[in-house]
Ligand binder design. Structure first.
Ligand code: MN9
Length: 308
């Protein structure tokens, strides 16, 4: 039985990075360190082995190992959502069953991708997945694998076991419609970090994103400001977050996130090829650029910048 019900899985949830060592092997010790770092910073849950977690660069066996380590280290302190999406239903079902056996609280999956699967095939994919366990399923809308239209979302929401959506696209007006037409209990997780504030204002129950691994304190503060109706503060914090996101995207994305975590004492190791890592010279340059970013925009209260 999962410890957390889906309706209680809310707030700020990093789409957890997966640390690899210099030989690209999963680094269990670093993984455990990251989990404790993020729990200490006050996050509300973990979304594991998604795109930020480099899941599509791992074998199913490796994904299972990551999940076992995360669940073991988290030890029920926070909810764990396992992304079990894969290109074939059999692999996803196998990952889903393993995730349930190991005690995660919810599942999530991208729709099948690469080939242009029909709406029916996508519907069948999620039906097969939800039948394979008793866990709630959070469907995943992200343009990288083909954005789903509202009708498809409606259809998927009617599958028994589908309880929410992770929505990573700027078309956030769908959030209002989802809450109105599917129902207020259908959980909406805003996945576009650049739009956390508007996501929350449009009714998202939680935020799941890559950058929350490295700036949890800023995004938690932003959430709090929205809850307290302090919109000018929330907007200011979103501006800070976005400066960091746009800088990060232009500087190797997840590799940057991993370095910025290391500077704060939570070494997240390396990325897997074909992602690119920083050499020590490049990392020194990166630090210099971060210092400039901080000065140019007078960024205050950002732990990874203060740690440089
Ligand atoms: O949904 C992430 N998207 C991808 C999760 O990994 C493609 C987001 O958190 C983005 O990384 C973020 C920056 O664009 O919004």
């Amino acid at each position: 039985m999962p410890k957390f019900e889906l309706k209680n899985i809310t707030g700020v949830m990093p789409a957890l990075v997966t640390p690899f060592d210099e030989n690209e092997k999963f680094d269990e010790k670093r993984m455990r360190g990251i989990i404790n770092f993020l729990i200490d910073r006050g996050v509300d849950g973990f979304y594991i082995t998604g795109s930020t977690g480099e899941a599509f660069l791992m074998s199913p066996e490796e994904r299972k190992r990551v999940l076992e380590v995360v669940v073991d280290e988290t030890a029920g302190r926070l909810p764990v959502i396992a992304h079990i999406g894969a290109i074939g239903t059999h692999t996803s079902v196998d990952l889903a069953e393993h995730a349930q056996e190991n005690g995660v609280d919810a599942l999530s999956s991208v729709p099948p991708f690469y080939w242009p699967f029909t709406s029916n095939m996508i519907q069948n994919y999620y039906t097969d997945l939800t039948k394979s366990t008793d866990l709630p399923m959070i469907i995943y809308n992200i343009p990288l694998v083909g954005l789903m239209g509202f009708e498809q979302i409606m259809n998927l929401s009617s599958i028994k076991g589908v309880g929410g959506i992770k929505y990573t696209a700027p078309t956030q007006f769908d959030f209002l419609r989802i809450k109105e037409e599917i129902g207020p209990d259908f959980m909406v997780y805003s996945g576009t970090d650049e739009m956390a504030m508007s996501g929350l204002m449009y009714g998202a129950d939680g935020l799941i994103g890559s950058f929350y691994n490295m700036i949890p304190e800023v995004i938690i503060e932003l959430c709090k400001a929205v809850k307290e109706n302090d919109m000018s503060k929330a907007k200011h914090l979103q501006e800070v977050v976005n400066k960091i996101i746009f800088f990060g995207i232009a500087n190797k994305g997840v590799s940057f996130i991993k370095r910025a975590m290391a500077w704060q004492g939570a070494d997240a190791g390396y990325c897997r090829k074909p992602f690119d890592n920083f050499t020590s010279n490049e990392e020194a340059e990166l630090k210099e650029k971060c210092r400039q970013l901080m000065q140019n925009h007078k960024l205050e209260g950002v732990a990874f910048l203060d740690a440089i």
